[in-house]
Design a binder for this molecule. Structure first.
Ligand code: XMP
Length: 517
């Protein structure tokens, strides 16, 4: 097998909001890159020997007391550098250019601006002479460092791009990584291929071949056990490990009875029919329900579900699979060191697997640890996982437990599963699910009066939640057409016993969260 060498570009993180987007764009150009904090030492960078460096944007002014700075030596390593926004200003400031701090709003630019490019610059020479660029800055570069030339400007910004081709140093004040910048990806591609001389070896088929080889070598003839949740990441990790070591892999699927209708069976069927592995399903709805009896406070419910889940999981592993390797579906964004402060805990998420000390594995295997979610999905499709599973919406660890307000009982789980199944069916039928990032039914535990036939009813209310979002940090409530909502409501009331009213949640995040608990 001819596996190409891994080439690397480093994205140095100065705290900007688009950092992961930059890295994803670079990877879309088939170049492997990693995000490292701006505090990474020069020695470390030399050791990694990247083909290029990209400085990200950041919220600061170079003149702020605590703004991130960088050692001038980085520009003397002979490694090409592209500075973006703050990264461009920092390049100008650290070399001998002049960054002018905004004193009023006349030099600020936020949003779209027309940029005029110097036709012979390597970043722009294949592009039209002008184009829309996405700007977001207060300070601006008023004088480029010696040896640099101005390679783009806007009506407001005298230096929208600058370059010093002799030293392979480039900077853009705008954001080429966002879709609003016309030809932004082409500019990044030009930097990667024409300046850094990358070859473009980062392709998912290479990734699969290489990872399968590495996994075989590492695992040898030992066993490996993986916690499979049915989510995208653990499913793709399972498929990859199955390709590498077949029956040496055991997937443990803990079904706490809080999944969507028929989902547990679907996961079991997929993995037992399509993949070579040992599949172990632990059904434990009754244990979960007995632990959850009488508990209605959201954080307390989350705590019980999380603790119980890991107890059942580790007990099973301790009993039967406590040797060999332990695998998990960690992906790249789970482990990027952001250097930003901790956000306040709004909800406890139960995704970090804490391993009990008494189980001594040979080691931990994380075959997807370098991939972004979109790459994980491509790998999943290539490995033959069903489309529905690869493009599955996020589903919270505590499952329907956070969509049943108040106490969780078997009857309430069943009722919500039925309502949710009708909603999903209707959305699939009309094709509207593609417009939504996430949608589901909630059982608020509110009873209202209705009339069905000629009789009074006093029954449950179902709420529909549907959002659109890029990153789930913020989200908009989805503007689902009334006809579709009408059909969903009609079907739920007719098909799900004990529901006599359906409402639609029109709260964005913030102030709401996506889940109700
Ligand atoms: P919130 O409700 O925090 O949800 O706005 C944002 C996204 O996270 C999902 N979510 C979870 N995912 N474990 C998970 O793996 C959890 O405990 C959890 N809680 C919420 C939620 O479905 C949405 O996609």
């Amino acid at each position: 097998m001819n596996i190409p060498e891994k080439e690397l570009v480093i994205v140095l993180d100065f705290g900007g909001q688009y950092n992961q987007l930059i890295a994803r764009r670079v990877r879309e150009c088939n170049v492997y890159c990693e995000i490292l904090p701006y505090t990474t030492s020069i020695e470390k960078i030399k050791e990694l020997s990247p083909s290029g460096l990209i400085f990200t944007g950041g919220p600061n002014s170079v003149y702020d007391e605590n703004s991130p700075h960088i050692d001038k030596e980085i520009f003397e390593l002979g490694i090409p550098v592209l500075g973006i926004c703050y990264g461009c200003q920092l390049m100008a400031y650290t070399l001998d250019g002049v960054v002018t701090a905004a004193i009023d709003n006349s030099s600020c630019e936020y949003g779209m601006a027309k940029a005029y490019y110097k036709a012979d610059d390597v970043l722009f020479n294949s592009l039209p002479e002008s184009g829309t660029s996405w700007m977001s800055h207060r300070d601006y570069i008023s004088q480029v460092p010696s040896g640099f030339t101005v390679t783009a400007h806007t009506d407001v910004c005298p230096v929208a791009a600058m370059s010093c081709p002799e030293r392979n140093l480039y900077g853009v004040q705008f954001h080429p990584e966002v879709n609003h910048t016309e030809n932004g990806k082409e500019m990044l591609r030009a930097f990667l291929y024409n300046v850094c001389k990358c070859k473009g070896t980062w392709k998912m088929e290479n990734f699969i071949d290489q990872t399968v080889d590495e996994l075989r070598q590492e695992i040898g003839d030992k066993g490996v056990v993986l916690g499979l949740s049915g989510g995208v990441d653990s499913s793709v990790a399972a498929a990859l490990l199955s390709k590498a070591v077949g029956k040496q892999l055991t997937c443990v699927f803990v079904d706490q009875g809080l999944m969507r209708k028929d989902e547990g069976d679907y996961v079991e069927e997929t993995f037992t029919k399509l993949f070579d592995m040992n599949f172990v399903r632990v059904n434990c709805q009754e244990t979960f329900l007995s632990k959850l009896k009488g508990i209605d406070e959201p954080e307390a419910k989350r705590k019980v579900i999380g603790e119980e889940f890991y107890k059942v999981f580790w007990d099973k592993i301790r009993e039967d699979y406590g040797t060999g390797y332990f695998a998990q579906g960690t992906i790249y964004p789970d482990r990027i060191e952001s250097g930003k402060g901790d956000a306040a805990t709004i909800k406890t998420h139960h995704n970090q697997v804490k391993r009990p000390e008494d189980i001594k594995f040979e080691g931990v295997i994380e075959p997807l640890k370098d991939l972004f979610k979109d790459e994980v999905r491509i790998v999943g499709e290539m490995l033959g996982l069903p489309h529905e599973l690869v493009w599955r919406q996020p589903f919270p660890g505590p499952g329907l437990g956070v969509r049943i307000i108040g106490e969780i009982t078997a009857e309430r789980v069943k009722l919500l599963q039925e309502a949710d199944a009708v909603l999903r069916d209707e959305m699939t039928k009309c094709g509207y699910e593609k417009e939504l990032s996430q949608f589901f039914a909630v059982l608020p535990g509110v009873k209202t009066v209705g009339v069905m036939g000629d009789s009074r009813t006093y029954d449950e209310l179902i709420a529909i939640r549907a959002v659109t979002t890029d990153d789930f940090m913020t989200a908009d409530w989805a503007k689902i057409p009334y006809e579709i909502l009408g059909r969903v409501s009609n079907r739920i009331i007719n098909e799900v016993e004990h529901v006599n009213r359906v409402v639609y949640d029109i709260t964005s995040k913030p102030p709401g969260t996506v889940e109700w608990e």
